[in-house]
Design a protein around this ligand. Structure first.
Ligand SMILES: Cc1cc2nc3c(=O)[nH]c(=O)nc-3n(C[C@H](O)[C@H](O)[C@H](O)COP(=O)(O)OP(=O)(O)OC[C@H]3O[C@@H](n4cnc5c(N)ncnc54)[C@H](O)[C@@H]3O)c2cc1C
Length: 649
């Protein structure tokens, strides 16, 4: 990746698109000291990740000490034509949903009515991502996410039905990796009647796919796979016509050892041997059809492989780089709805002589919600536009967007609940029955909680970010960290390392952030300056901790979490400043977006400071000891005095 910060004379980002480390495909993490289980998990994860960086990554450069502001300052905007397409579709959809879909009923009956599903098909809502030449609407990621934001703000279950189908279900991987034959065969079905689903999770496979038990065995004639196994929590599974099923196929020998192979297969739900064992019932998004699916001797033609044998997880990870962007947009929809409810309620509910929004504690919540909603919108639209460009690597930004927006949406919905007081806790149907405005905050809270869990939990997102953010360092240091590498090769790698880091490290202290003005950002210039200098501070901190913990850094999850939170906040600040500047220009001098961006950045800067503080001042040793002791049962006395739930142990 070229260093885009032209004002920095010294290289401040490793040229990660060049093969700095080992050959493509070779693991660059030393797994020799890991337990067999962990090694296997690491090997599966490592061989599934995209090894190359074909395009620049804004966020990875932040971690390497480069604020590539040129990539971000001109906030992308939709073309008039694209915007018109999105506007018209959303207007029709909105009119239909408001009239024909009762989100409370969906929640109460656990059903999205069939006539609504039929109408969504008629509109093309199940084929938004299908290219036009195959009969789809061919929406850009921006328009698709605008639609999903709109639907999610109204009925989360309907949003999940559409999203599980085309953010992770068959359309997205088919678009990215399908053969022409597969595209011609399946794409047109999404315009007519076919709903799809994505089946990866199993009872023993949550965040760790290496434990996959569902197996696809090749028949002796090599023409079919036969699938056996259980798939858990498969959204749309019970009603889907097509599934992407992740299966273990014959292991591959790598350096004399067997390595698990995971393969993605398109499976017709009507194939004999597939049974919906149980429809799962959840706290929220109650209208979704989600189930435990059992596969017993399910015969699938080999032509149904997506991408290739053993490439299933790679396909899942790449699909999620874009697929994951739906969730930030949906969360932004929730935040906007909450803001609207909180504003109206904050003005109308009078207690202690003032509307509750006008008490300082109320204003604080409203200000946080508004400024954070702007940031969520900035992050969602920036990443969506970048996904449409195809010349920026967004794997880090997409994960940051998912992490940031899902966590913030939860905070915002919690604040809205607090502002609504007792009415927040009351069901909308109950509010309506006694003549009050049925704001559905209770349902929104239940619906929103899942977002920090699905498509990668927040903890897993931070680990994913850490791996990708550290990649330039790992590639440089790989030969030195590995045990089996001959001494000569280690010395060569050491010389290369010394030559790179001597210039790079100095640049993290003496760099253009010391004199850059960022006048182009007007009132927000100070925040740009902060991002610029903090990016260097982040890079230094990562480097120091790499030196301190070396190969043990990977286990320092809390420390890594703080570092990744800092990077995520910096990314959100960058996107927000740029977005607000664009909005202010577009709105002919209306400074309200700038004010909100200013507010968000001040909050974010304080959070960043607290993360750095927690890195240098913490009780990690004690925390680890206490956690370990509790797990060992040493403090079971503390659990006494309550009713026992679950099996005795
Ligand atoms: C409503 C719903 C819809 C879903 N839809 C689908 C779907 O359509 N298709 C599909 O395949 N799956 C689906 N899932 C599964 C979902 O993706 C998983 O729940 C998710 O990946 C987490 O897996 P898990 O629940 O088994 O948690 P686990 O992996 O068991 O994790 C439990 C906790 O431990 C933490 N943890 C795990 N590993 C580590 C680690 N190495 N370090 C630190 N912390 C760790 C996690 O962050 C989490 O907090 C769905 C789940 C739900 C509830």
């Amino acid at each position: 990746m070229p260093d885009l910060d032209t004002k920095d004379q010294k290289p401040s980002g490793a040229p990660v698109n060049k093969p700095l480390g080992p050959e493509d495909g070779e693991l660059i993490i030393d797994t020799s000291k890991m337990s067999a289980d962990k090694r296997s998990a690491m090997e599966v994860a490592e061989s599934a990740r995209e090894q190359e960086w074909k395009h620049p990554s804004f966020a990875q450069q932040l971690f390497m000490g480069t604020f590539a502001h040129q990539m971000i300052t001109d906030f992308p905007v939709q073309t008039e034509e694209d915007k018109k397409t999105g506007d018209e579709f959303i207007a029709t959809l909105d009119a239909y949903l408001q009239k024909h879909l009762d989100a409370e009923q969906v929640d109460a009956t656990r059903t999205v009515p069939q006539d609504v599903v039929d109408e969504l098909f008629r509109m093309g809502a199940f084929a938004m991502k299908v290219p036009k030449q195959y009969g789809g609407l061919g929406f850009t990621q921006v328009n698709y996410n605008r639609v999903m934001m709109h639907v999610a703000s109204y009925c989360a279950s309907t949003a999940v039905l559409l999203s599980a189908h085309q953010s992770i279900g068959v359309p997205q991987p088919l678009k990215l990796f399908g053969t022409e034959e597969q595209k011609k065969k399946y794409f047109p079905r999404f315009r007519q009647h076919s709903i799809s689903a994505f089946a990866l999770t199993e009872p023993s496979v949550g965040s760790d796919p290496s434990k996959m038990a569902t197996e696809a065995k090749l028949t002796p004639d090599g023409k079919h796979y036969v699938i056996n196994g259980d798939k858990l929590w498969c959204t749309n599974g019970p009603i889907a016509d097509l599934l992407v099923v992740m299966c273990k196929t014959a292991p591959k020998l790598v350096n004399g050892k067997e390595r698990t192979q995971i393969t993605a297969l398109i499976v017709e739900r009507s194939t004999p041997g597939i049974e919906v064992v149980h429809r799962c019932d959840f706290m929220g998004i109650r209208g979704i059809q989600n189930g435990l699916l059992r596969f017993k001797d399910v015969k699938v033609p080999v032509e149904n492989i997506l991408l290739g044998e053993g490439k299933g997880l790679k396909l899942a990870l790449t699909t999620l780089n874009t697929g994951r962007l739906t969730l930030p947009a949906a969360c932004t929809g929730v935040a906007k709805q909450c803001l609207s409810i909180a504003r109206r309620w904050g003005n109308s509910r009078v207690q202690w002589g003032l509307p509750i929004g006008q008490h300082e504690a109320g204003r604080e919540k409203i200000a946080f919600m508004a400024s954070t909603t702007l940031a969520m919108e900035a992050v969602s639209w920036l990443t969506s536009h970048w996904a449409d460009r195809h010349d920026i690597d967004i794997r880090i930004e997409a994960a940051m967007a998912k992490l940031f927006c899902s966590e913030m949406a939860w905070k915002i919905v919690d604040m809205t609940m607090q502002m609504r007081g007792g009415r927040g806790y009351e069901k909308a149907s109950s509010l309506a029955a006694r003549g009050e405005v049925p704001y559905p905050v209770e349902r929104m809270m239940r619906d929103t909680r899942i977002n920090t869990i699905i498509e990668g939990t927040s903890d897993i997102m931070k680990l994913f970010l850490a791996r990708e953010a550290m990649d330039p360092h790992l590639r440089l240091a790989a030969d030195i960290l590995k045990k089996h590498v001959p001494i000569g090769q280690k010395m060569k790698a050491g010389a290369k390392l010394a030559s790179f880091y001597s210039g790079w490290y100095l640049n993290q202290w003496f760099n253009s952030s010391l004199w850059s003005q960022h006048d182009e950002m007007g009132v927000l210039a100070d925040h740009y300056k902060f991002i610029h200098s903090t990016s260097h501070r982040l890079a230094r901190t990562i480097f120091h901790n790499m030196g301190l913990y070396r190969d043990k850094l990977e286990r320092k999850q809390v420390l890594l979490g703080h570092l990744m939170e800092v990077g995520t906040e910096l990314f959100a600040m960058s996107a927000t400043c740029s977005y607000a500047s664009m909005l202010a220009k577009r709105e002919g001098g209306d400074a309200s977006a700038i004010t909100l961006a200013d507010m968000f950045c001040r909050d974010a800067a304080r959070r960043i400071e607290s993360h750095f503080n927690a890195i240098s001042h913490n009780d990690d040793q004690l925390m680890n000891a206490v956690g370990k002791a509790v797990l060992a049962g040493d403090m079971r006395w503390l659990e006494e005095g309550v009713a026992w739930i679950g099996p005795r142990e």
